[in-house]
Design a protein around this ligand. Structure first.
Ligand code: PLP
Length: 364
């Protein structure tokens, strides 16, 4: 029974279809699934198993905790951790065969020292910063590594990677600058696989594919090519239930802050969804919801548990208590909702609230 007001439906069949679509674009390069932050809020366990069904073997998470959790449900998977390794974590990484993405000479030394002490060879990746200035070895560290390859003693290098800063902006010359820098340095390091592209990077063309792409948001239905029609299918639907419908026939206001004034006799439906469910406050007086294909504007301020929509123009039988309203759905995909909210699909998805009633469907 659904005892929550709002419902998040996650279509794992759509995740799998998106995986196949991206793989087609990649040709022979491998497609790794990025499932950090609980698979972008959609549920790592269900999502990772759905991806595995499509043949996905390599997974990336952000933190050690995410990697350990994923290992417990996927004993065989090839699991990589973007944040790399912190002193004290070496034993558990090694025992669980988790591969840290080493981001600095310090992290390389941490992993190498553990390998040497254990008299073993331990696998890891290396992240080269080519312009993001966030994670990875900077130019000076890269130079040091090339001159002193012995710092890698005991480390078996798997993936050499870098991350694109402006991949969703095709025309930006920074993409090519990063690609060239990455190709140059990665070619001098003894890794097994090279990887540059995230979701949008895949669509920059084959020269960005290298051996493996690390794809997250596109699998979850966001458009990796914002200038063009989305090649992806929608994965999520966010619905709230109408609790009551009221007539507001004077010059009244709606909601906290009295930010919306009705200018005509109106019918206002109060829906059980709010910012605690992840529907953004910034969609106050801005969001567009749907009942079937009928557009209904969000009026007043989105509150913690409730959102008010104007249903004046709808046939009365369409907006009644118990009826579900789409806040993300077939007519308002996550890209459009994020855009209106002044944000990106990533924050909408990772912001979904814990109390949402989650339904997983998986059709072919
Ligand atoms: C999150 C992340 C990705 C995946 O990015 P998407 O845009 O969701 O495909 C790839 N690589 C790194 C280093 C990341 O942090």
């Amino acid at each position: 029974m659904n005892t929550a007001g709002a419902i998040l439906t996650i279509d794992l069949g759509a995740v799998r279809r998106n995986y196949r679509t991206v793989r087609q674009h990649l040709g022979t390069a491998e497609l790794a699934g990025v499932v950090k932050a609980d698979a972008y809020g959609l549920g790592i366990e269900r999502v990772a198993l759905a991806l595995a069904r499509e043949g996905c073997r390599t997974f990336f998470v952000a933190t050690a905790g995410e990697a350990f959790a994923l290992r417990s449900i996927m004993p065989e998977a090839d699991i990589h951790v973007f944040d790399g390794i912190q002193p004290g974590e070496e034993g558990e990484f090694a025992a669980k065969q988790i591969r840290p993405v080493l981001n600095s000479l310090l992290q390389i030394e941490t992993w190498s020292a553990h390998a040497r002490a254990a008299r073993r060879t331990l696998t890891a990746d290396i992240h080269l910063d080519t312009g993001m200035s966030r994670l990875g070895l900077d130019a000076a560290e890269q130079k040091h590594l090339l001159i002193h390859p012995e710092v890698l003693a005991g480390i078996d290098l798997d993936i050499i990677l870098s991350h694109l800063a402006v991949a969703e902006d095709r025309a930006n010359p920074m993409n090519e600058t990063q690609r060239a820098a990455f190709g140059e340095i990665a070619g001098k390091l003894p890794g097994r696989r090279r990887s540059l592209a995230n979701s949008s990077g895949v669509f920059l063309g084959p020269s960005f594919h290298f051996d493996l792409a690390r794809v997250g948001v596109a699998l979850y239905g966001a458009n990796p090519t914002p200038d063009a029609l989305s090649p992806m299918v929608q994965v999520i639907r966010l619905q709230g239930r109408i609790l009551q419908v009221r007539s507001v026939d004077q010059a009244r206001s709606v909601g906290y802050g009295a930010t919306h004034r009705v200018s005509r006799p109106s019918r206002i439906a109060t829906v059980a969804i709010g910012y605690a469910d992840g529907y953004p406050l910034s969609l106050s007086n801005r969001g567009i919801a749907y009942i079937d294909e009928h557009e209904i504007p969000v009026v007043g301020r989105v509150s913690m548990d409730l959102t008010t929509v104007d249903v004046t123009d709808l046939a009365e039988h369409l907006a009644v208590p118990g009826r579900l309203v789409d806040f993300v759905g077939p007519h308002n995909p996550v890209d459009a909702v994020a855009d209106r909210a002044g944000t990106i699909p990533y924050t909408i998805m990772t912001g979904f609230g814990r109390r949402l009633h989650r339904i997983y469907v998986d059709e072919n």
